[in-house]
Design a protein around this ligand. Sequence first.
Ligand code: AMP
Ligand code: ZN
Length: 136
Amino acid sequence: MKKTDCIFCKIANGEIPSKTLYEDEEFRVILDVNPATRGHALILPKEHADDLYELSEGQASQVMLLAKKMAAQMKEKLHCDGLNLIQNNGETAGQTVKHFHLHLIPRYENDGQQLGWKPSEAAQEELEAVRAQIAE
Ligand code: AMP
Ligand code: ZN
């Protein structure tokens, strides 16, 4: 379903113009208006889902195929040195627009971006406790 108050629904369905890189029945790929790097793009499903939890299995399986296609095209055309896929779920995780989107962020040597996390130490017991909590 389309949500009337959702900006990415409007963009994905062409009601608000965007710099579109690709479009098909299910998705639109646009340039991010505040790019982290040159070519920073977003894959938007046309059907609204708040986040990964709400994404249908069909959308979920299609989105990575599309990311792979776009990544190859960006590498060829932009000559980027690397590429990050980022997908935020929930405010705590940095999600600012509540319509699922997958970031494609081309990376260039010395692009000055720092995307990532601070690694920590974890004891084997803690890793085992977490494994059990998730997997059992
Ligand atoms: P996130 O923080 O993962 O929710 O990412 C939201 C992204 O959407 C940010 O990188 C914004 O720069 C981008 N964004 C917000 N509004 C627009 C818009 N109208 N067109 C293109 N990108 C947008
Ligand atoms: Zn939406």
